[in-house]
Design a protein around this ligand. Sequence first.
Ligand SMILES: *[C@@H]1O[C@H](CO)[C@@H](O)[C@H](O)[C@H]1NC(C)=O
Ligand SMILES: *[C@@H]1O[C@H](CO)[C@@H](O)[C@H](O)[C@H]1NC(C)=O
Ligand SMILES: *[C@@H]1O[C@H](CO)[C@@H](O)[C@H](O)[C@H]1NC(C)=O
Ligand SMILES: *[C@@H]1O[C@H](CO)[C@@H](O)[C@H](O)[C@H]1NC(C)=O
Ligand SMILES: *[C@@H]1O[C@H](CO)[C@@H](O)[C@H](O)[C@H]1NC(C)=O
Ligand SMILES: *[C@@H]1O[C@H](CO)[C@@H](O)[C@H](O)[C@H]1NC(C)=O
Ligand SMILES: *[C@@H]1O[C@H](CO)[C@@H](O)[C@H](O)[C@H]1NC(C)=O
Ligand SMILES: *[C@@H]1O[C@H](CO)[C@@H](O)[C@H](O)[C@H]1NC(C)=O
Ligand SMILES: *[C@@H]1O[C@H](CO)[C@@H](O)[C@H](O)[C@H]1NC(C)=O
Length: 808
Amino acid sequence: MRIAVFRTRRAFIPLGVIYALTAALLELSGLPSDILSLSVADAQRISDSVKNVKVFGPSPLTSLKEDDLLAFSLADDPSSPLSSTSASPVIRVAGANDRVVLGAYWIDFVSGFDQHDRFSQWVQSQEPGQILIRHEFWGEPLNAISLEFKDTAMLKEIVGLFPEIKLVEPVAVYSKPKTMSIFMDNIHAFMSTREKDLSNVTPHKETGVAQVHESLKLFGKGIKVGIIDSGTDYKNPALGGCFGKGCKVAYGYDFVGDDGKSPDNDPRSTCDGHGTHVSGIIAANSTYFLGVAPQSTLGSYRVFPCVGSAPNDIIIKALLRAAEDGMDVINLSLGGPGGWNQEREALVIDMLSEKLGILVVAAAGNEGDMGAFEMGSPGVSRSAISVSSNENPYSSSWYFVASNSSKVTTGLDQNQPRKIPFLGDKVMDLNTTLAQIAPGISGNVTADACKPTTKDIKGKIVLVRRGDCTFAQKLKNMMKAKATGVIIINNLVGEPATSVSKSGLKIPVRSISREDGEFLLKQMQSQSKNGGIRIADGPSPITVKNTVGGLLSNFTSLGPDSELNLKPDITAPGGNIWSTFPLSMGGFGSDSGTSMASPYIAGCAALFLQGRPKSEHNSVAFKTALQNAARPILDGNPQRFNGPASVLQQGAGLVQMMEVLTSSVSISPSYVSLNDTLHLNGRQTFTITNLGKNPVTYRVDLLSAVGLTPFERNGTVAVLPKKTFATASMKSASSVQTIRVDPGSNATLDLDFSGPKNNPLLHVLYSGFIRFRPEKLDKSTPMISVPFLGMKGDYKTVAVFDRSFGLR
Ligand SMILES: *[C@@H]1O[C@H](CO)[C@@H](O)[C@H](O)[C@H]1NC(C)=O
Ligand SMILES: *[C@@H]1O[C@H](CO)[C@@H](O)[C@H](O)[C@H]1NC(C)=O
Ligand SMILES: *[C@@H]1O[C@H](CO)[C@@H](O)[C@H](O)[C@H]1NC(C)=O
Ligand SMILES: *[C@@H]1O[C@H](CO)[C@@H](O)[C@H](O)[C@H]1NC(C)=O
Ligand SMILES: *[C@@H]1O[C@H](CO)[C@@H](O)[C@H](O)[C@H]1NC(C)=O
Ligand SMILES: *[C@@H]1O[C@H](CO)[C@@H](O)[C@H](O)[C@H]1NC(C)=O
Ligand SMILES: *[C@@H]1O[C@H](CO)[C@@H](O)[C@H](O)[C@H]1NC(C)=O
Ligand SMILES: *[C@@H]1O[C@H](CO)[C@@H](O)[C@H](O)[C@H]1NC(C)=O
Ligand SMILES: *[C@@H]1O[C@H](CO)[C@@H](O)[C@H](O)[C@H]1NC(C)=O
């Protein structure tokens, strides 16, 4: 019987202890170093023979069953050879669930170690093929190298030979950030008014970016934005059409190539739309929409191959390369629920941001269905801006029109052509007529295309109704009969089916609503004698109202970090975002995810750097300005909760770029982490700085947000935290609720917070906003809201072991 060692998911056991414990396990049991699991006998041996080790688990240990929770902890005894403060190196091995590059390890040296040549020579003197140097990172902030071992037993030898080694740990991998579109998009409210006006393609009115473009004439000119992602199809004219000096995408490098093994100087990729989509959000200039900072210069650093994930040594290489190329802003495509801010990548980000003044922006993550404490790492890094997503008020999609003539510009039964919006593949050969297999004009027939057909549909686009068998089955049958493409008609009234999955089949597929499908079927019937029906694509997208527009996206990950620091920091539109795609995928399209929200803020960073004075060009001033200006977003259930959504979801709220650029008042701290009740950071001192020409007086009050109960009764994390009322209170230490600040000076205000009355055993995460309302609302003196967050109860009593754990 073997028993997994479950490591802490969310808190409490310092990483140093885990390292030391791992070293102990290796030392004592001679375990294969890639598997962190052990037998009952080994577990007992460790607890019996190692001083200071405490085993948490069923008692007595002999009653352990497979899959029982078990953990080890070391007493904090500095004289213990296993203490985290001891000088012996820490060896961290991968658990069975950990996502790592097999055989690849980071070797970290103490910071003074400078005999890099001696080490490299030793590596090269080994038998060929035994050890491969992956990447070298000599200097600051890492003094490290990543190596690939044929046999990881050599790790021990290295550690013996080089006492300067302080840490050995596996090279971890990050997945390509998942986007939220199943098929392609998730468009709501298809049947509402179809707008002709393309000014709603972007959410720039809601964020003030439109006003920044129009009245401040700022477009990010001269600012370099680095993109660490899946590459960019810069051949798309909206992204400049070229690569290199003088082009919009002027910098870049491909660290992986299509196959993951062929790095080169060209970051273009066409097999994946992700990096191209986010590039457009930052900097597109197309005839009908603009990115946030369309005159900024991009650097595209490709770390994701067509299929597969990215190792963290390559990601760090890309970060350092972006810094070397002089990027002012870096948008980071690292996902993966983390929660700890001392990870290796976070250290590098802190260095880039604190030493070089680079603004680093990262997504909060798309784990909104996994409950609290799911902040993406390393967005949790203190100096990175972690961005959550709200819904675009409008969503855009491509449409086609139908006609019996080859000119296909007018409709059949109307003067205006009927625009039929669709989800799915833009690229489809339309030079053919439409066909159907199951007869009739109803969008709801039984088993359409569920069986192989003998009908001649070769080279035609087939209209297929949804239902009775899988999409894959229908598509396979249509491919067998050599159809050119398939249009899926929903069998339910309303929007097109969003769940259409192609299961990897290589046939173009579009999904349309039942109403539009029945319209087409009717036309086919009436025009069958006139040569049938053809379709043609509209030249630009149409936009429709999004019924949940403005609200927080359901997918956006919840904070806080594992030590109850307030995260995420800010919200930007990430749900239903229209942007560029590779030309081979149709050039433009819609996508959803915090992956779309974070480049929005990267673009805002470019506007900030262009529009604010040099003295503010650092991550602290940027974060303060963003958070001060942001507008709290209301909870999606106004009947029940007539207030803002939890700060765990939105940080400071929706970005407001006009205020960021025009405000002359700044309040710090711009966010407050109150901690749990036992460690309440109750006294908070705010400094209000007035750089304007007139005195300003602020009235202060507190606005509670919806409270969330993060755990189930049995201690596991609730995937859907229960909403609850939780009202903190606040009073001014000097019993003053208004504060006046003279021009060119600052004033401080002490506020004392106390937690809400909720049951401490529920560990409710309460939050809200401290509002500073100016007596005279003005462009330069806007209302400022400072988000706060705390936990009612004792955080240390929460159970922390969780078997669904797949993290490092
Ligand atoms: C977008 O491109 C057009 C055509 O090149 C150019 O005239 C326009 O100034 C650009 N817009 C911005 C904001 O740079
Ligand atoms: C459309 O198809 C017809 C018949 O197959 C062919 O003659 C014609 O060249 C095609 N047109 C285009 C633009 O491909
Ligand atoms: C479509 O037909 C199925 C069964 O044939 C039926 O259950 C369903 O209610 C119908 N849907 C609509 C929207 O009429
Ligand atoms: C297309 O349909 C219209 C209206 O039904 C008909 O008048 C016209 O002749 C048709 N055109 C062709 C080319 O068949
Ligand atoms: C989130 O999901 C709930 C329940 O399915 C739904 O009612 C709500 O409209 C969704 N909100 C958004 C912003 O999509
Ligand atoms: C909360 O208190 C604990 C214990 O003192 C500390 O480790 C943690 O960093 C604190 N977190 C915050 C956000 O202050
Ligand atoms: C920005 O970062 C997010 C994740 O942090 C990523 O999903 C997105 O692709 C990145 N965008 C660009 C343009 O690199
Ligand atoms: C804890 O409770 C939740 C909700 O009742 C349940 O879904 C989950 O399976 C329970 N977990 C354990 C480990 O008992
Ligand atoms: C506030 O003003 C004082 C004196 O004018 C100055 O020394 C201090 O640095 C200012 N504090 C901040 C946070 O700006």
